[in-house]
Design a protein around this ligand. Structure first.
Ligand SMILES: Cc1ncc(COP(=O)(O)O)c(C=O)c1O
Length: 374
C-alpha cells in the first residue's frame, strides 16, 4: 500500500529512534563512553573509579528527584522483571494488591500470584482505561505502574495511606524522570533505565523509603521464606550503601545512565517535564485533529506524557507503514504493543526524542496516509 511513497528530504528526522525502549541513546553519551578509555571499562566494580560512578548516579538521582531525607538508592542486575520477583519474595508481608491496566502491571501481578507465602489480588480495568491506586484493607503492599508502557496510560493521583503498615510500590520503568510524583507517598520506586533514562536494559534502580528498608531487612530474616541469594534485598541495600551492586554490573550501562542523569539535571525535573508536556500536546493534538487517528486513551487525565498510543483507521495498516518507515530509516519501532493486537502507533515522548523530530514524524505519517507525497 505505501511502497512507492517518496518522503521529502527536509522532513526526515535527525534520528529514527522513536521506540519506547530500548530507547534513543544520544551519540554524545556513546562518545563520552569511548573517551573514558581505560579508566572505567575493564576495571573492578569494587574499586573507586566504578564506585565513584555509582555514587554519582545515586547523588544525581537524589538531586533530580529531590528525595526526602532517609531515602536510599539501590542498583542491581536483572531489570524491573527481576525486581518484581524480589518484591514478591522479600517485600510483601502477607498480601499485595495490583492495579492492572496493561501487560506490565499484569506481569507484576503474575510474578506474585504463585509465591506460596503471600497472596496477590488484582484490580483490573479494560486496556485503554486508566486506574488510580488506592489503599485496600487487608493488603500490606499496593502495587501500581506509574506508566503502563503497553497501553500508554499513566495514573494521575496517589493516595494518602492511612494504615502505617501499608506500603506503596511503584513500577516507574517508563515514567521515571518525566512524571512527577510525591516521594513522601511512595516507599518503593523502581525502574529499568532503558526508557527516559536512556541507558541499556538489564539493570534495576530502586529508591527505598526508611519504612521500605526496615520492612525489607526484617522480612529478609524470616527463616520460613526461601529467598535465593541473588534476590535478597539485604545484599542490595548493603551494596547500595557502599556504592556497589551485589554482583558484577555492566559498567558501560551505568556510565550511560549517568550521562543521561547529568543531561537531565542540567535542566532539572520541572523543565524536563514541561518539555514532555509540550510534546504530548503536539501528539495528542495531531491524533485528535486527523479523522483517521484516534487517541487510544480517552480520558485526558490518564494520557501518558512519556508513551503515546494512537489508533489508526483499519484502512491504513500500521504494520505496513512501519515497515516502510523502518526501511527508509525514517522511524523505527513505532508499532503498538504486539499483544494488544490493534492497528496502533506507539511512540516515545522520552527526553531524547525531540519535539522537532516528533513534529516531522506526524507530518510524514499524515503525508503517507493522505497520499500527499505521491
Ligand atoms: C512498565 C514496565 N515495567 C516493567 C518492564 C520490564 O522491564 P525489563 O524488561 O527491564 O525487565 C517494562 C519493560 O518495558 C515496562 O515498560
Amino acid at each position: 500500500m505505501f511502497e512507492k511513497t517518496p518522503i521529502p528530504q527536509e522532513l526526515r528526522p535527525t534520528d529514527p529512534r522513536f521506540g519506547v525502549g530500548p530507547s534513543l541513546i544520544p551519540q554524545e553519551a556513546l562518545e563520552a563512553l569511548r573517551r573514558s578509555g581505560a579508566s572505567l571499562l575493564g576495571t573492578s566494580h569494587r574499586k573507586m573509579p566504578v564506585r565513584d560512578l555509582v555514587k554519582e548516579v545515586q547523588d544525581g538521582l537524589q538531586q533530580y528527584f529531590n528525595l526526602p531525607a532517609g531515602y536510599e538508592i539501590i542498583l542491581g542486575n536483572g531489570g524491573a522483571t527481576f525486581f518484581w520477583d524480589m518484591i514478591g519474595l522479600g517485600f510483601v508481608e502477607k498480601s499485595s494488591v495490583h492495579f492492572v491496566c496493561g501487560e506490565f502491571s499484569d506481569k507484576w501481578y503474575k510474578a506474585h500470584k504463585n509465591i506460596p507465602w503471600i497472596e496477590a489480588e488484582e484490580i483490573r480495568v479494560e486496556y485503554g482505561e486508566g486506574i488510580n491506586p488506592r489503599e485496600i484493607e487487608g493488603h500490606d503492599l499496593i502495587c501500581c505502574t506509574l506508566n503502563e508502557t503497553s497501553t500508554g496510560v499513566q495514573f494521575s493521583e496517589m493516595p494518602e495511606l492511612k494504615n502505617p503498615n501499608t506500603l506503596m510500590a511503584v513500577d516507574a520503568t517508563s515514567g521515571a524522570g518525566q512524571i512527577k510524583i510525591d516521594f513522601a507517598k511512595v516507599d518503593l520506586y523502581y525502574f529499568s533505565p532503558q526508557k527516559v533514562f536512556a541507558a541499556d536494559g538489564g539493570l534495576y534502580i530502586a529508591i527505598m523509603s526508611p519504612k521500605a528498608i526496615e520492612r525489607a531487612l526484617r522480612l529478609g530474616k524470616d527463616k520460613t521464606r526461601f529467598i535465593p541469594e541473588s534476590l535478597k534485598f539485604s545484599h542490595a541495600i548493603e551494596n547500595g550503601r557502599n556504592n556497589q551492586t551485589y554482583n558484577t554490573p555492566s559498567i558501560a550501562n551505568i556510565f550511560l545512565l549517568n550521562e543521561q542523569i547529568k543531561l537531565m539535571n542540567k535542566l532539572g525535573e520541572d523543565k524536563v517535564i514541561d518539555e514532555a508536556l509540550r510534546k504530548a500536546k503536539l501528539m495528542y493534538g495531531w491524533a485528535e485533529e486527523k479523522s483517521y487517528l484516534d487517541p487510544f486513551i480517552k480520558k485526558p487525565e490518564f494520557r501518558s506524557q512519556t508513551v503515546i498510543t494512537i489508533d489508526v483507521d483499519e484502512k491504513y495498516s500500521v504494520d505496513e507503514m512501519a515497515k516502510l518507515l523502518r526501511k527508509e530509516k525514517i522511524a523505527i519501532d513505532i508499532e503498538g504493543y504486539r499483544k494488544l493486537n490493534r492497528n496502533q502507533l506507539r511512540i516515545a515522548l522520552f527526553h531524547n526524542v525531540s519535539y522537532d523530530n516528533l513534529d516531522k514524524l506526524t507530518k510524514i505519517i499524515s503525508g503517507v496516509i493522505e497520499g500527499s507525497f505521491d
